[in-house]
Design a protein around this ligand. Structure first.
Ligand code: FE2
Length: 173
């Protein structure tokens, strides 16, 4: 049994705000990739999918004169840190199991090397697959953040992924 389903996270206004900012279509694609990789590697697919869905919720919009400024972003970005914190707060608020919430937050924290002084950290298998899931959906020039999806379609994808997770978890009981 899960304490929190993806649909509860998805429908929360905080998740809506930040998932839309960094791209709802990308968030859902990464959640699906994380589910599949999690299943292949025998990991908790619920944790993997949630981390995938929320991995980019820490993004800030670095604009200068009304335009996106990639240099500013590169210099100042801490989206992995902020995302880990935001996701953790949201999950706890929704009643997530605290150990799961921490595991998800850490997977978000380590989903990228972009903010780290070096790229030699050793990831757990779960942290590694969330990073791979993100990379699978990456497009040149950060275009994956701009792909759009209609709300109803997004919502239905989340409901379907919830069903897959429940089916997968039922197998392990
Ligand atoms: Fe991403």
């Amino acid at each position: 049994m899960r304490d929190v389903k993806l649909i509860q996270i998805f429908e929360h206004h905080i998740a809506q705000k930040y998932l839309k900012r960094s791209g709802l279509a990308h968030a859902i694609a990464v959640a699906y990739h994380a589910f599949q990789l999690g299943r292949e590697h025998n990991l908790d697919v619920d944790i993997a999918s949630k981390a995938g869905l929320l991995h980019d919720m820490g993004h800030y919009t670095w604009y200068k004169n009304g335009k996106w400024d990639y240099e500013l972003y590169k210099q100042n970005d801490i989206h992995a840190i902020k995302g880990a914190e935001r996701a953790h707060k949201l999950l706890i608020r929704l009643g997530e199991n605290p150990i799961k919430a921490k595991t998800i937050a850490l997977a978000i924290l380590f989903h990228t090397d972009s903010f780290l002084p070096s790229n030699d950290i050793v990831r757990t298998p779960l942290q590694q697959i969330v990073k791979w899931a993100d990379e699978k959906d990456e497009e040149k020039g950060g275009m994956h953040h701009y792909r759009t999806i209609e709300y109803d379609r997004a919502r239905n994808s989340i409901i379907r992924l919830d069903q897959w997770i429940d089916e997968e978890l039922a197998k392990s009981y």
